[in-house]
Design a protein around this ligand. Structure first.
Ligand SMILES: Cc1cc2nc3c(=O)[nH]c(=O)nc-3n(C[C@H](O)[C@H](O)[C@H](O)COP(=O)(O)O)c2cc1C
Length: 189
């Protein structure tokens, strides 16, 4: 057996790739904003709960804190430049919808709009906020999920080959979609 030596590094947020998503937020009379978020994930199945980690310095932070609402929009790989753009400029100075020619679509339950160009949109209402240090974690219940009809398969399940979600890790954007097997594949060996 060949033993490969491990190289130990200092503690850091290494868990990759993680999804890179576009989160829409809006409060009061302000126009809607978009922030790129990679610190996101699922926390519970029933009720469906998710989270996003947001630094208090972000313009979006105040919008989410005040409204208690956000929408997670899952972009396809074609939109990687928009993901990068929305993660490098601030809504304090730029209207990202206008600048990137994105179309807001009214959500069913929350004020922040869906991004029409993203094939999956997840409406969320904040239930709890936890301050962890650099980021505050907004834990939210999922109120509704919207799919472009052309990314659903013949059984109405999301088809990841069509959605082609973007992963982020080690400073790079990568495709997350390659199939390795079906759930339960270990039992068929
Ligand atoms: C790939 C990527 C992932 C990011 N993930 C997060 C994140 O999870 N949390 C966060 O607070 N900022 C994150 N950022 C930084 C914000 O998106 C960025 O500061 C943005 O310009 C803030 O916009 P705003 O000021 O309009 O809210 C990320 C940026 C990129 C490019």
């Amino acid at each position: 057996m060949i033993i490969i030596n491990k190289v130990t590094k200092q503690a850091s947020t290494i868990l990759f790739p993680v999804p890179a998503v576009l989160v829409t937020c809006q409060s009061g009379d302000s126009p809607p904003n978009i922030i790129t978020i990679a610190w996101t994930g699922i926390m519970n199945s029933s009720p469906p709960m998710v989270y996003i980690g947001v630094q208090p310095t972000r313009y979006s932070y105040g919008l989410i804190k005040e409204s208690g609402e956000y929408v997670i929009n899952i972009p396809s790989s074609d939109w990687v430049r928009v993901v990068d753009y929305c993660g490098t400029v601030s809504g304090r100075t730029v209207d990202k919808f206008k600048e990137k020619h994105l179309n807001p679509v009214p959500a069913s339950f929350v004020k922040p709009p869906l991004i029409n160009e993203c094939p999956v949109n997840v409406e969320c209402r904040v239930k709890q906020v936890i301050s962890l240090g650099s980021h505050d974690v907004f834990i939210a219940e999922v109120l509704a999920v919207h799919y472009d009809e052309n990314v659903l398969d013949d059984k109405e399940r999301p088809d990841l080959d069509k959605i082609r979600p973007i992963g982020f890790g080690a400073g790079e954007y990568r495709l997350m979609a390659d199939i390795l097997g079906q759930h339960g594949c270990s039992r068929k060996e």
